[in-house]
Design a protein around this ligand. Structure first.
Ligand SMILES: Nc1ncnc2c1ncn2[C@@H]1O[C@H](COP(=O)(O)OP(=O)(O)OP(=O)(O)O)[C@@H](O)[C@H]1O
Length: 248
């Protein structure tokens, strides 16, 4: 369970997060949605420790990530998996080496243990036959799968995905969403996905938080999102629908 409490962040005199609170549960794929520049990525970065908020708390299973002691912070970091936008694979490493990388960096497992675990994760994402390929030789959807395998290789309790569908066609996007959702459910991970993809919202939004100009304006799920009376959310959904129509 992740609890965020009253997170604020400004850059100069521009307030980007104006006091965001919320709870994210294990086994749920929770979405943070909103238009461009509304603070989604900054919020995610505050949660994983890449940006220090001006105020507020982030609790990982009741452990205070921002003001806890350094060893506790390290332990929490070790329990996080992150799928970055664009997958962020190492171009000079094979698929298998990319997935093995966190094990090389953060564990003292034997070579065979690391190999087994990396292969197991690649199998889980359906890429066990692509282990020796280079990132330049695989499709965008496969790269995302490698990114997911790498994000789960250390068995995370918390998984963060920043725009996992960016650059993918609608069908591949749905498959990636389903994979994230299945893995979340299977391993009871607390997963947070940043997206502005309408399909994702309808397919995997067990909990959805809508940000608008640094404020949380609405919270609900894929069943309640179309019934909201929040004008800004309805406009966001409408704009998304128009975009989808235009893409057809
Ligand atoms: N390091 C920074 N320094 C100054 N301003 C920043 C910094 N990081 C983000 N911002 C600003 O904070 C605002 C929110 O940015 P953020 O990246 O969180 O938006 P977003 O909702 O994720 O948008 P998008 O969907 O386009 O990625 C933007 O106006 C951005 O320019």
């Amino acid at each position: 369970m992740i609890d965020i409490r009253n997170i604020t962040k400004s850059f100069g005199d521009r307030q980007v997060l104006a006091g965001i609170s919320g709870t994210f549960k294990p086994g749920d794929t929770s979405l943070i949605i909103g238009g461009s520049g509304t603070g989604k990525s900054v919020l995610l970065k505050c949660m994983i420790g890449l940006i220090k908020p001006d105020s507020g708390e982030v609790l990982y299973d009741n452990r205070n990530f921002l003001s806890g002691d350094i060893n506790e912070q390290k332990a929490i970091r070790r329990e996080m998996g992150v799928l970055f936008q664009g997958s962020a694979l190492f171009d000079s490493k094979t698929v298998l080496e990319n997935v093995r990388f966190p094990l090389d960096m953060l564990t003292d497992q034997s070579e065979s243990e690391k190999l087994d675990r990396a292969q197991e994760c690649l199998k889980r994402v359906g890429l066990d036959k692509a282990t020796d390929r280079m990132p330049s030789e695989i499709s965008g959807g496969m790269k995302k799968r490698v990114g997911i395998a790498r994000a789960i290789v250390l068995n995370p309790k918390y998984l963060f995905c920043d725009e996992p569908n960016s650059g993918l066609d609608p069908l591949t996007s749905i498959k990636i969403d389903q994979l994230i959702s299945e893995i979340t459910d299977e391993f009871k991970i607390t997963t947070i996905v940043i997206t502005h993809d309408m399909n994702s919202m309808m397919e995997i939004g067990e909990k959805i938080m809508f940000l608008y100009q640094g404020h949380k304006l609405w919270e609900g799920n894929s069943n309640t999102i179309t019934q909201s009376d929040v004008k800004e959310l309805n406009e966001f959904i409408y704009a998304n629908k128009l975009l989808r129509e235009a893409e057809k």
